[in-house]
Unconditional design. Structure first.
Length: 52
């Protein structure tokens, strides 16, 4: 991501949206002041038991 941003001069937000990696709402949540000051793990966790 950093390499693409450096080569194109675009922001991380612009590149992520162009590539459809996250929605605008997801980016707003990730880059919110609250999340930047107090980050929380929000991804789904997979365990060996849940894969069966």
């Amino acid at each position: 991501m950093g390499k693409i941003c450096a080569e194109t001069g675009k922001s991380v937000r612009e590149v992520v949206l162009e590539r459809g990696l996250l929605t605008e709402a997801e980016l707003d949540d990730i880059f919110s002041v609250q999340n930047l000051m107090h980050p929380a793990y929000k991804a789904k966790r997979y365990t060996d038991e849940s894969e069966q």
